[in-house]
Design a protein around this ligand. Structure first.
Ligand code: FE2
Length: 380
């Protein structure tokens, strides 16, 4: 029989998602629902923006019945050491629950803190696999203020050692957030460059998840809608920044994370890691710059999945798709070449060497060093 056409997969996504304008106002009731007897909240926020925008004080007011410790020392690209420092503070106050309100760095750090607070060992030891995560962490609620990292619904934290040029993934099914509160109002003060960069991260992830050999019908359905949504709204969210387009990108980002929890980002992120570590390229820009190149390689291997993809993008074929992606990126102020990111051809060997090759393996076509080098050379 046609076994090869019958998918075989497991789907599990345990995070409760509350979406809507003003939904952050439900934070207190969400906390109470998860820890009815809890009294101590470890609240992780970005360094300035929530305070500056007057958002933090109403949150603290609404949590007045709790003892809230605000942790706001989160730098972009959190390091394992930063996680250890925050975990020590979280433990010292004997927190009952961890809440993160912020961008990807804030949520990734807080998510790591929530699980490491109930484990013995350093973040680095867990991230390097020397010690395994064996139990669920403190309850964790995440509310994103950007639409692109998707960390509010994913089971991992990206950790970085910018000095040693190393990138770690700490993750596993025990790390899914309990609740994601996605309030588009929180995305309204993103500057346009941040809307573009974070949106490009989730947009790219949806393509990677869709062409992946680990994709399956549920992730495909989600990813097609994510791609449809970003194709229609990323530019508008970046340039106009109105509530409707920001909300559309927020939904798309959350759906992208749910999809890629099962079918993870791969090749673009594999090259994007070293672009960030070695050339300081912002994450969404770093993964987006190779999207068209990898799409051209992957497309022939997923022919049966191309008609719905082109339909979602409103294009006829691969050429139309790459032209549209390039146009959207340029209008959003994103670079579409490695030259534009400050690289020259003498950097190619380093970029190929530092690519996270274990992630390239999820492409539906095999790609070795030579093929990747050729593809990257076309991006100058
Ligand atoms: Fe990403």
């Amino acid at each position: 029989m046609q076994d090869q056409f019958v998918p075989s997969f497991v789907w599990r996504h345990p995070t409760r998602v509350r979406f809507g304008v003003g939904s952050l106002k439900t934070l207190t009731s969400e906390v109470a629902a998860i820890v009815p007897d809890g009294t101590r909240v470890f609240l992780v926020v970005g360094r300035q923006s929530l305070r500056a925008r007057g958002i933090l004080q109403p949150i603290l007011d609404s949590l007045r019945d709790y003892k809230v410790t605000v942790y706001d020392r989160v730098a972009p690209f959190p390091s394992p050491q930063a996680v250890d420092d925050a975990t020590a503070e979280c433990r010292s106050i004997e927190a009952d629950i961890v809440v993160a309100i912020g961008g990807g760095s804030v949520m990734d750090l807080a998510k790591a803190v929530a699980i490491l607070a109930v484990h013995e060992g350093s973040a680095l030891a867990f991230a390097q696999g020397e010690i395994a995560l064996v139990r669920k962490g403190l309850p964790f609620i995440a509310a994103p203020t950007t639409s692109g990292s998707s960390s509010e619904v994913t089971s991992g934290s990206a950790l970085w050692d910018m000095d040693a040029k190393k990138h770690y993934g700490l993750g596993g099914p025990l790390m899914f957030p309990d609740t994601a509160i996605v309030d588009p109002e929180l995305m309204m003060s993103m500057p346009s460059s941040l809307a573009a960069i974070t949106g490009m991260d989730a947009f790219t992830s949806a393509f990677e998840s869709y062409w992946s050999i680990r994709s399956q019908p549920i992730s495909d359905a989600l990813n097609l809608d994510v791609i449809r949504n970003f194709t229609a709204n990323l530019e508008r969210s970046t340039i106009q920044g109105d509530l409707e387009s920001r909300a559309a990108c927020a939904i798309a980002s959350t759906m992208s994370g749910i999809a890629y929890s099962q079918s993870p980002p791969n090749a673009c992120h594999a090259v994007g890691g070293p672009l960030t570590l070695f050339w300081d390229v912002q994450h969404g820009q770093a993964v987006g710059v190779t999207l068209c190149g990898f799409l051209e390689r992957a497309a022939p291997a997923i022919r049966h999945k191309l008609p719905p993809l082109w339909e979602a993008m409103g294009v006829e074929d691969l050429t139309g798709a790459t032209e549209l992606i390039t146009r959207i990126m340029r209008r959003c102020g994103l670079e579409t070449t490695l030259t534009g990111l400050g690289l020259n051809e003498s950097d190619l060997d380093t970029l190929v060497d530092e690519t996270r090759w274990e992630r390239v393996g999820s492409l539906p076509v095999s790609m070795g060093r030579d093929e990747l080098r050729v593809m990257l050379a076309e991006l100058f």
